[in-house]
Each structure stands twice: as structure tokens, then as C-alpha cells.
Design a protein around this ligand. Structure first.
Ligand code: ADP
Ligand code: ASP
Ligand code: MG
Length: 405
């Protein structure tokens, strides 16, 4: 078999852990498989680099940011290749460029366009273990790009798709995908399997165990992804196509996201074309908008609120101040202490009253709901950030997620 293994930051957090990863990789190789390993930077390294940038410039150039943060993964690929060699196996490290990971030009959140992968294929053919830097690619101008936070997951899935690997194994610091973050709710239960669609919602709604785009990619190319622990040999979670059993469970997970902020534009002229103008400008600035609500107009004016990633707070306020002047709105304000809690499950398609149960559970705890959004398989509520943990626990209990179906 050809197996792609990805090890996250905690799993390569120090030299001992890198040696542990080398051992695991060699075990897989010795079992007769071809192995491509994708690694993240050592835990905390990417944050440290981002912090360094902030100390020299309040608004660093995204191209230079990518040049900077891509260095974290260069350190770990070289160290892991050395550690594997120390165990008597052949290994070779590859940067994103050497692995042929071609992306678009959107620095700090680039999309993978194609993977040529020649050097990696060659290395495998020669019996070597290929160690590829996660999180990075190269654009048409040969500039280094990065794939968004948590982007090593995407590197792994995309390489697995390009090489038609049998499995893409994501090794992390928990032994699978749980009903909710096991570090927040001790009663969280590990799932044996989860559908691509549920995992996609869980990830995009804040469960950082897999990066959202990596799940999108896995679904598109049908890559079998397993989430496993790098610290033990427990069976993990398989992310796969939906099957009939999955619909029986009403809610399979709860996620939370504290990484968004709420922007409110007040006194917006209530006429056709205004919303289009606002959101076209925002998309032109490459900011992704999540939830949107518009209040009922009064006297020809209305208020509009939407959420965007916290990392775009500064940029969005700059953009919005200009738009507000152009459309003749009254003003714009930012609310930062919010969180989004969501329940997810393909079973919602065939069960009624799920939203009512969610809202009642939050109300019973005195938690006010500021925004609501739904899709076929999820319901999300924006609440005050200070109630996040409480809300997650209460929802986990209400929908009895600690009990197997
Ligand atoms: P890595 O550095 O290996 O990429 P991450 O920190 O990105 O690891 O992701 C693993 C973390 O995801 C876990 O430590 C856990 O706190 C968090 N997490 C959030 N939601 C879930 C969930 N539903 N199941 C498992 N882990 C989750
Ligand atoms: N090192 C990058 C980050 O911290 C990518 C990753 O870990 O997947 O976001
Ligand atoms: Mg991660």
C-alpha cells in the first residue's frame, strides 16, 4: 500500500517526539508499505513567527508573511529525515516547491491548483521515505505561498489524492474525531466513522482537528482519511462517504468557534444594490463572510450584521469605513467577544424539532442568541463568548451525544 502520514505540531514538538514519529514511519515502511510523510512546524513555531512579524510591522505584507511562516516546516522536514536516517532507513525531505505543490497567488490562504509530485514519486521508487513540508506551496511566480492555518492537513490530503494513496492518516494529539472537543468536554465520545459532509461542517464550524479545506479536498477526490494519535495505537476515526446508519443519529457533534467577530453596519439605505455593493467590496478584499443578518427596515434605513474571521478584523474595518461613506450608511462597529456554537448531524434531514431543542437548552441556561444560521445538516448560534464552554456542554448533554447510537 501507499500511505500518506501527516504529523501535526504537537507530534513533532521536540526532538524526542520527532524520534517517536521517525519510529512510527519506519514501522510502516518495515511492514512493506510505501510512505510519504507530511509534517507541520514544531508546536508554537508558526505562532512565534507571526508574533515576530507583528513586532516589526503592524500590517505585514502577505508575501513576506509566507516567506517567514513557511520556514517552520523546513525545520521539521530536515529533522525528521535525519531521525529516519538514524534508524537506518533512506529518507529525503522536500519543500512545497520541490514536491511540486502549485497554488494560486492568494498569499497566506492559497489554494492548491495542482501537484506535480515528480521528486516525491522518484524518491518512493528508489525505496526512500519522502518527507514533505506541510502548509506551503509555490505560485506561478515561484513565490512561496501558505495554505491557511492548519494547512498541513490539506498538503497531506492533496498529496494522497495526487499519488492515489490507499490512506491518508492524520496523526495528532487526540486519537480520533470526537462528538466534541475532548479537551473541553470529558464526556465526548470518539466516533468510529464520520461522513465527509459532517466532518466538513464540524471543521468549518471550529473543530480544528482537521482543516476545512482538507476535508473539502478529501470529499472531492474521495480520499479515505483516518484521524489517529501519534502517541498510541488506538483505533482512530475514518472519514468516509455517508452510509445509511449515519442518518439514524440526529446530532453527531457539537463545535464551537471563537475565531470570528461580528460587524454591524447601521443606517444602511434600504434599497436594491446596497447589499451587493457591501459584499462585493468585501469579497474583493478576499475576506470570507460567514453569517449575515439584515434587520427589518424602518424609515428607509436598516441595520446589517455579519461575521468574519478574527484575523481579518482590522482589514474589514478599513474596508467597511470606505463602504459606509460610499453608500451613505450611518456607521460601522465591531463586536469581538462572540462565539459560534453549532450542532451537526446528517440525521437532522429526517428529524424535526432539532432547532427548538437547541434554543430551549440555551435559554434554560440564560444564554442569549444573537444570530442563527442553518443548513440541511447543521444549526449555528452566535452567543456571548463567555458562555461558550457552558453552551457546548449543555448541547452535548441535551442531544445525549455521550451515548452510542
Ligand atoms: P495538529 O497540531 O496535530 O494539527 P490540532 O491542534 O490542529 O492538531 O487539532 C487537534 C485538536 O483538535 C485536539 O487537541 C482537540 O483539542 C481539537 N478538537 C476540536 N474539536 C475536536 C473534535 N470534535 N474531535 C477531536 N479533536 C477536536
Ligand atoms: N504550521 C501551520 C500552522 O500552525 C500549519 C499546520 O500546522 O498545519 O497553522
Ligand atoms: Mg491542525
Amino acid at each position: 500500500m501507499l500511505i500518506v502520514q501527516k504529523y501535526g505540531g504537537t507530534s513533532v514538538g521536540n526532538p524526542e517526539r520527532i524520534k517517536n514519529v521517525a519510529n512510527r514511519v519506519c514501522r510502516t515502511k518495515e511492514a512493506g508499505h510505501d510512505v510519504v510523510v507530511v509534517v507541520s512546524a514544531m508546536s508554537g513555531e508558526t505562532d512565534k513567527l507571526i508574533n515576530l512579524a507583528a513586532q516589526v510591522n503592524d500590517n505585514p505584507d502577505p508575501r513576506e508573511m509566507d516567506m517567514l511562516v513557511s520556514t517552520g516546516e523546513r525545520v521539521t522536514i530536515a529533522l525528521l529525515a535525519m531521525a529516519i536516517q538514524a534508524l537506518g532507513h533512506q529518507a529525503q525531505s522536500f519543500t512545497g516547491r520541490q514536491a511540486g505543490i502549485i497554488s494560486d497567488c492568494v498569499h497566506t490562504k492559497a489554494r492548491i491548483e495542482k501537484i506535480t509530485g515528480e521528486r516525491v514519486r522518484e524518491a518512493i521508487k528508489e525505496g526512500k521515505i519522502a518527507v514533505v513540508a506541510g502548509f506551503q506551496g509555490i505560485n506561478e511566480k515561484s513565490d512561496v505561498t501558505t495554505l491557511g492555518r492548519g494547512g498541513s492537513d490539506l498538503t497531506a490530503v492533496a498529496i494522497a489524492a495526487a499519488l492515489k494513496a490507499d490512506y491518508c492518516d492524520i496523526y495528532t494529539d487526540v486519537d480520533g474525531v470526537y462528538t466534541t472537543d475532548p479537551n473541553i468536554v470529558p464526556q465526548a465520545r470518539k466516533l468510529d466513522k464520520i461522513s465527509y459532509d459532517e466532518m466538513l461542517e464540524m471543521a468549518s464550524l471550529g473543530a480544528k482537528v482537521l482543516q476545512t479545506r482538507s476535508v473539502e479536498f478529501a470529499k472531492k477526490y474521495n480520499v479515505p482519511v483516518r484521524v489517529l494519535s501519534s502517541f498510541n495505537d488506538n483505533p482512530g476515526t475514518l472519514v468516509t462517504k455517508e452510509d445509511a446508519d449515519m442518518e439514524k443519529v440526529v446530532v453527531s457533534g457539537v463545535a464551537y468557534d471563537k475565531n470570528q467577530v461580528k460587524v454591524t453596519v447601521t443606517g444602511v439605505p434600504d434599497k436594491p444594490g446596497v447589499a451587493a455593493k457591501i459584499f462585493n467590496t468585501i469579497s474583493g478584499a478576499n475576506v470570507i463572510v460567514d453569517m449575515i443578518i439584515q434587520n427589518i427596515g424602518e424609515g428607509g434605513l436598516t441595520d446589517m450584521s455579519f461575521t468574519v474571521p478574527r484575523t481579518d478584523s482590522k482589514k474589514i474595518m478599513e474596508v467597511m469605513k470606505k463602504v459606509v461613506a460610499e453608500i451613505g450608511a450611518k456607521g460601522v462597529n465591531l463586536k469581538e467577544d462572540i462565539a459560534k456554537v453549532s450542532i451537526i448531524g446528517v440525521g437532522m434531514r429526517s428529524h424535526s424539532g432539532v432547532a427548538a431543542r437547541m434554543f430551549s437548552a440555551l435559554a434554560k441556561e440564560g444564554i442569549n442568541i444573537m444570530m442563527i444560521s442553518t443548513s440541511e445538516i447543521k444549526i449555528s448560534c452566535v452567543i456571548d463568548a463567555k458562555y461558550t464552554e457552558l453552551a457546548v456542554r449543555v448541547l452535548h448533554e441535551t442531544f445525549e451525544m455521550d451515548k452510542a447510537a
